[in-house]
Design a protein around this ligand. Structure first.
Ligand code: TYM
Length: 332
């Protein structure tokens, strides 16, 4: 069986962009690949986190994945920080990666600009800079072939590929070279209040995203107040990112093609379109929300599932690290 792996940061809650871009594709991979699903808590601390909140968020991330359909009988669901081998391999890969490569990562450049207010990159943590290399370690440690991610993580998966190829060349065949799996539609869901910005957990306004735990009324309100572009036509257009984004969400939520939705709204206004879109999203996320809340209510069970996942991941990671240490020359 092929192996697939993905990870999400336990910061706040997950939004519909995370679900469409990464979680739903991962859930689909459970049937024909061995999926490893990670809560990347050590990625989360590259930005300041309140320890009490982080603990809560790790548990709610577990409840969210389970609510989205991650099945612990098939999938290894675990917390990254439980497996020390991730950090050990990250160190070795930091010695393989080049400064220039890390400096080219666009997400680092964007996040560093925002870090520590006016201080910019000077005030960003070193962890924020090396974060893509920890991500490469996450992927390479498990001989991952497929990495389902949203568009914004493509460059990081490409770095993991480059590091695997370089390590194999310099130390002998060790790592599988992974492939990103990025969906054609919905790999980059945009903010509801600004069609030119990615929907993001850290956005200052709650109106910009739909959280997977938003109730039906909140979803309706957020969609009704979503910005639209100038003009009245309901049709995708590179120069009209807001309506294009809403059409993408509509299409993914209903499984209908964008063309058929465009056709259905010829001659109709944004009001009708948004009302129907809101109902489609309520129907799409409603059952997931119910399941997330159910799982979240049983902390003991969540911890049990994570402990079981960590045990399985640990065995695989330990096996691989033995080989890596030998290759590098530190095993006597
Ligand atoms: P993170 O936590 O920022 O995002 C989790 C996943 O959600 C996708 N995503 C989106 N997809 C579509 N539209 C959006 N607006 C949107 N926002 C986020 C992301 O692309 C991602 O797939 N570094 C990673 C986590 C990670 C990881 C890994 C992923 C760590 N190790 C190993 C894969 C394999 C991150 O911070 O994702």
């Amino acid at each position: 069986m092929k192996r697939s792996l993905t990870g999400l940061q336990p910061t706040n809650f997950l939004h519909i962009g995370n679900y469409i871009g990464a979680v739903q594709p991962a859930v689909a991979l459970q049937s024909d690949t061995q999926l490893l699903m990670m809560i990347v808590d050590y990625h989360a601390i590259t930005m300041p986190q309140d320890p009490k909140e982080l603990r809560k968020n790790i548990l709610s991330a577990a409840a969210t994945y389970l609510g989205c359909g991650i099945d612990p009988a098939k999938t290894i669901l675990f917390q990254q920080s439980r497996i020390a081998e991730h950090m050990e391999l990250a160190w070795i890969l930091q010695c393989v990666a080049k400064m220039g490569e890390a400096e080219r990562m666009t997400q680092y450049k964007d996040k560093a600009k925002k870090a520590e207010g006016a201080k910019g990159a000077e005030g960003a943590s070193v962890g924020l800079f090396t974060y893509p290399i920890l991500m490469a370690a996450d992927i390479l440690l498990y001989d991952t072939e497929i990495v389902p991610v949203g568009e914004d993580q493509k460059q990081h998966v490409e770095l993991a590929r480059d590091l695997a190829i370089r390590f194999n060349r310099d130390f002998g065949e060790t790592f599988v070279v992974p492939e990103p799996k990025i969906r054609a539609e919905g790999a980059r869901i945009m903010a509801l209040d600004d069609g030119t910005k990615k929907m993001s957990k850290s956005a200052p306004s709650a109106k910009s995203y739909i959280a997977l735990t938003d109730d039906a009324d909140t979803i309706r309100k957020k969609i009704m107040s979503a910005v639209t572009d100038s003009g009245t036509e309901i049709r995708t257009d590179r120069n009209r990112p807001a309506i294009t984004n809403l059409l993408t969400i509509f299409s993914v939520a209903t499984g209908r093609s964008i063309e058929s939705i465009e056709l259905a709204y010829v001659g109709k206004g944004y009001g009708d379109f948004k009302k129907d879109l809101a109902e489609a999203v309520v129907e799409y996320l409603g059952p997931i929300r119910g399941r997330i809340l159910n799982f979240a209510a049983d902390e003991t069970e969540l911890k049990r599932i994570l402990a079981e996942g960590a045990e399985k991941a640990k065995g695989m990671a330990a096996f691989k690290m033995n080989k890596v240490r030998q290759r590098v020359g530190v095993t006597l």
